[in-house]
Every structure is written in C-alpha cells, then in structure tokens.
Design a protein around this ligand. Sequence first.
Ligand SMILES: C[S@@+](CC[C@H](N)C(=O)[O-])C[C@H]1O[C@@H](n2cnc3c(N)ncnc32)[C@H](O)[C@@H]1O
Length: 175
Amino acid sequence: MDHADHVRLIREGVSGGGSTWADLGSGEGAFTLALADLLGPGGSIHTVDRDRGALEVQLRRLETAFPAVRITPIAADFTAPIELPSLDGILMANSLHFVRDKAPVLALVLGYLRPGGRLVLVEYGADHGNPYVPYPLSFVTWSSVAVAAGFRDTRQLATVPSRFLGSIYSALSLR
Ligand SMILES: C[S@@+](CC[C@H](N)C(=O)[O-])C[C@H]1O[C@@H](n2cnc3c(N)ncnc32)[C@H](O)[C@@H]1O
C-alpha cells in the first residue's frame, strides 16, 4: 500500500469530521500522513505510540510533508488513560489487534471523543491471528464489539486486498 491507498481507506471517515484527532498506535506514521493530508492546514493530531523511536521517525516525516498540521507526539501505552483534549476523531490503524481484551481500551477511546466524534478503525479482515497480528477482528466481529463498547452507526468504508491475512478494511463508528 502507498500513501494514496492509505488516504483512500480513511478519507470518508475523516473528511468533514473536525480538526482535532488522535492516532493511537501511530508507529512511523504511514496512516498519520494520510490523516494529516486529509485534515490539511489547521489540523491537529496527537500521535500516541509506546515506541519513541517510531514517534521520532514519524515526526520528521510529518514535519517535512505537512508542516501546517500540528503534531503532538505522546510516548505512551494506549491501554492506560492518556491526557488528551476532547477529540473530534481517533484513528486506530493496525494497532487494536495488539490488544486481547479490547473492551477497556475501547472504553477509554469512547471517553476521549466528543459526542458525535468519530473512531476510524483500520484492521485486517480476519478473526484468527499469528505472532505478528495476534488478535485481529474482522468487520463482522468489529460491528458487534463496537456496539458493546457504546459506539453507534458502525459501517465499513473501504477494503483492500492483502497478501497478509487476506484483506484490510476501514470502518467508521460514532460516539
Ligand atoms: C503495526 S504498527 C502500525 C503503525 C501505523 N498505525 C500503521 O498502520 O502504519 C502498530 C503500532 O502500534 C504500537 N502499539 C501497539 N500496542 C500499543 C500500545 N498498547 N500502546 C501504544 N502503542 C502501541 C506499536 O508500537 C506500533 O508502532
């Protein structure tokens, strides 16, 4: 996947959804760059990852490509509470599958969002993992997990084929 694929996967979930976002498990920023592209100048992204090295790489890439988007890197574990402003949206791309017990994390995510705020999830379309993707969840599973976590109006946005675990989907849910 390239930048255009990343943008295409999350575009509908991000566009028109406000300017203050967080990217939980942002890594080296592949999807943060897509988010920054869609938010444009005036956008603000709190990027959270427990890997400080990845955050540094990501910050350099974002400063070069999208200098008018404000980036606030936060080195933290997103399974614990993080100090964040009330958010218009949260992106979790290929990061929720690292969490076995998803309900407590989703409760935190819901709490960070303003009423009507958006959660954009990018995940593999599979319910059985491997050592690299330990706890994936297909869109069908995510639909019921999201309801149980208090999200509403969950819908799939886009999918791309993946040699690894078959496919990758994006989904939008609202607080
Ligand atoms: C597969 S990478 C995905 C990075 C990026 N979102 C993307 O799609 O290109 C997963 C990232 O989530 C981070 N991560 C996993 N569990 C985490 C946790 N509990 N707290 C913070 N970061 C976490 C890892 O450090 C890694 O950078």
